[in-house]
Each structure stands twice: as structure tokens, then as C-alpha cells.
Design a protein around this ligand. Structure first.
Ligand SMILES: Nc1nc2c(c(=O)[nH]1)N[C@H]1C(S)=C(S)[C@@H](COP(=O)(O)O)O[C@H]1N2
Ligand SMILES: [Mo]
Length: 251
């Protein structure tokens, strides 16, 4: 989406048309392809509005980072589906045979061990997990920036979304490439100075601190880069769609 400037918007007549800011943004969203995959639902116009506004004016906005003193003493691990036998075997082996598989619109499909990920780059951030159900906690997350990993496998120019899966077959999600390449989006393998505990998504979870907690998929094992979300579930790019969660969950 590079090259979108306020000037381009004005020139396109969207702003000059004198429409309300909301409908101008929705129109701009359509014009620049900033339409979330669940835009046809009853909340569609609202979804398009917040997604387009964030992408047009806040692409590089940062999620709040906290001082160490604000790390939650008792973080809350949300309930999850029971682990599969494959997951239990990996856990018994201390995850040495665990791999993160990557394929799709990338130049070099990959299968990375935790050791290989850790060797690429290490970054820490203190951010909040915010559940749509109303609770949140602050933790220090340590991991490898997703952008570093995606750069290493070579994103193709057609890359538009990242779909990501977990060993928990009930939970998969997707984000756009802007969010995937954002500096705070992290493949987290550490939490509060230790290996990421299994209840919090160990050995690996995605942290997407600019969006609600449900986008931060735990027990991550597969990344698929794609040009379209059609064909991924009902085309809406996530497993949680049936529970009424919006695809774009920017906060
Ligand atoms: N694999 C998997 N990832 C998941 C979930 C899940 O059920 N399974 N729940 C999501 C939801 S709704 C939230 S709010 C956060 C909660 O993170 P926590 O368990 O660290 O509190 O994880 C998200 N990631
Ligand atoms: Mo949640």
C-alpha cells in the first residue's frame, strides 16, 4: 500500500467530495483495496471504516509498551482445547523436533527449528494481551521479529496476507502484510525472562500487540503467505469468525 498519501486521497476527490469522514474513509478503503474479508457481514461498514482508517493514517503506529514495573504478577492463561497427541510428543521431547513450516508466496519455503529462530534475531517488548472478553495482562515477550523471518524467506510481490496455524486445530488466524512486517509483531518463544510456558502458547506464539488477543495465536506451527484469503475457511481468514470475532481487531 505504499504511495498512499493524504494528497492522493484529496486528489481522488474522496475528501473533497464533502462526504462525512466515515463514508469518505469507507470509499477510500474500497478504492485502495482496504476492505477486510468479513466486510459483507452486518458489521461490515464499521469494519471497513476502522481498518481503512488505521491503514491509511496509522500504518506505523506503535502499540503501547510498558515499564518493567507494570508486568502483571499473575498473568491469566486463557482456556484452550486439549493438546493433540502430536503436541504431547513434542512437549515430551522438549520441542527439539518442533518446526515452524513456511510456504506460499515466498521465494524459499522453510522449516525452522526453535534454535534456528532464536539465532536469527532476538527482541523483547513489554506489551498487553487484551481479550475481547474484557480482561488483559502485561508481560515481557521475547522472540524473533516476524519481519526478519519473512525477509529471510523472501516475500514475493504478490504477498498480501499471512495465514497462521497452530497445533490446536481449532485456532487459526490471518493478518495483512503491513501487520506481519510491523516492527512489534513478534514470533515469541520467551515470556518474562523464561522459555514461553505451554499454557501461554509455548513453544511459540505470534504476538500481534496492535490487535486484540485472539490474533495472538498460541502453539504456532505453520505460516502461509498468500495473495488472497479466498479458500481459507469460509474466505474470512480466521477460525473464530463463527464466534462473531472481527477479522481486523486493531486497538
Ligand atoms: N491456539 C490458540 N491460540 C489462542 C487461543 C486459543 O484458544 N488457541 N485463544 C486466543 C484468545 S481469545 C486470547 S484472548 C489469547 C489469550 O492469551 P493468553 O492465554 O496468554 O491469556 O490467546 C489467543 N490465542
Ligand atoms: Mo480472547
Amino acid at each position: 500500500m505504499s504511495g498512499i498519501t493524504r494528497r492522493a486521497l484529496v486528489a481522488s476527490g474522496v475528501v473533497a467530495a464533502g462526504a462525512t469522514v466515515g463514508s469518505a474513509l469507507i470509499a477510500a478503503g474500497r478504492r485502495f483495496g482496504l476492505v477486510p474479508p468479513d466486510a459483507s457481514g452486518i458489521y461490515g461498514p464499521g469494519e471497513t471504516l476502522s481498518y481503512a482508517a488505521h491503514r491509511l493514517f496509522g500504518r506505523h503506529a506503535l502499540a503501547r509498551e510498558f515499564p518493567r514495573s507494570m508486568i502483571s504478577a499473575k498473568p491469566f492463561a486463557n482456556s484452550i482445547s486439549p493438546p493433540t497427541d502430536t503436541f504431547k510428543r513434542h512437549q515430551a521431547e522438549n520441542f527439539v523436533n518442533w518446526r515452524l513450516k513456511m510456504y506460499g508466496h515466498i521465494a524459499r519455503p522453510a522449516s525452522l527449528s526453535l534454535a534456528e529462530l532464536r539465532a536469527m534475531e532476538v527482541r523483547s517488548q513489554i506489551t498487553e494481551v487484551t481479550c475481547e472478553e474484557g480482561w488483559s495482562y502485561v508481560a515481557e515477550w521475547t522472540g524473533t521479529p516476524l519481519s526478519t523471518v519473512l525477509e529471510s524467506v523472501g516475500l514475493r510481490p504478490t504477498a498480501r496476507y499471512l495465514v497462521y496455524y497452530s497445533s490446536d486445530p481449532d485456532w487459526w488466524e490471518s493478518i495483512d502484510i503491513d501487520e506481519a512486517m510491523h516492527s512489534q509483531t513478534l514470533l515469541a518463544w520467551g515470556m518474562n525472562g523464561a522459555d514461553l510456558p505451554v499454557p501461554f502458547g509455548g513453544p511459540l506464539r505470534l504476538r500481534v500487540p496492535r490487535q486484540l488477543g485472539y490474533k495472538s495465536v498460541k502453539f504456532l506451527n505453520r505460516l502461509v503467505v498468500t495473495d488472497s484469503l479466498e479458500g481459507f475457511g469460509p474466505g474470512t481468514g480466521q477460525s473464530a469468525v463463527n464466534d462473531g470475532y472481527s477479522w481486523y481487531a486493531g486497538i
